[in-house]
Write a protein that binds this ligand. Structure first.
Ligand code: GRF
Length: 215
């Protein structure tokens, strides 16, 4: 068996995407294992999920650091101490410094609940409803210096229904996120997809990096 990539997951809250990654990595054939869950908030429920799964956790609050750079340097130190190969942001609510993004370039993934490049930033589900789009979804991308703008690895689409509320749409997208993030991490951890010259390259043109509601 090939060596599994060591993954550090950054969270700030409930950690349902973390749970989907933990579930996927229970399969011994999955090419990644989660070796550290790091939260900037001590009360993040994702920490409970990690502990229940027997995964090491760290809490490093951003408060008390004089700058974003200094906070990020400590995060990088913790990830390196855990000998992390890949970083997965899963509801981590802090922007990264340019130095952090450079350090982990091509090795850091993020999930966002919209079909990027539409609706970057906060409350994308509410803004999708306001815009009247008929399809939305989730995107996993490599992290770049611009928020929610890095090279796209995988996307999953869901319908927007006529009577949707923000919560209903968010729940439908979240269910898609839980399918999409394990797929995207698998592509990267196995070497089937990688970042090159600001884009994502695939080892095979037949690889599917998109999910649709009927699948
Ligand atoms: C998800 O919708 C994710 O796309 C966004 O933040 C939310 C985190 O949810 N970046 P959870 O903590 O994984 O449940």
């Amino acid at each position: 068996m090939t060596v599994r990539k060591r993954v550090g997951v950054l969270i700030s809250g409930r950690g349902s995407n973390l749970a989907s990654l933990i579930q996927a990595s229970r399969d011994p054939g999955y090419p990644a294992e989660i070796v550290l869950v790091l939260s900037n908030k001590a009360d993040a429920y994702g920490l409970v999920r990690a502990k229940e799964a027997g995964i090491a956790t760290r809490v490093i609050s951003h408060k008390g650091f004089p700058s974003r750079e200094e906070f990020d340097a400590v995060i990088t130190g913790a990830l390196k101490e855990a000998r992390v190969d890949l970083v997965c942001n899963a509801g981590f609510m802090r922007l990264h410094s340019a130095a952090f993004v450079r350090e982990w370039s091509g090795r850091q993934l993020n999930i966002h609940p919209s079909l990027l490049p539409a609706f970057r930033g906060l409350r994308p589900q509410a803004r999708a409803l306001e815009a009247g789009v008929r399809v939305s979804g989730a995107t996993v991308h490599f992290v770049s210096e611009e928020m929610d703008a890095g090279p796209i690895i995988a996307q999953g689409a869901v319908p927007v229904l006529a009577d949707d509320t923000e919560d209903a749409l968010a729940a439908r997208i979240l269910a898609m996120e839980h399918r999409l993030y394990p797929l995207a991490l698998k592509l990267v951890a196995s070497g089937a997809a990688w970042q090159e010259n600001g884009r994502v390259e695939f080892a095979s043109s037949h690889l599917s990096a998109s999910l649709w509601p009927q699948k």
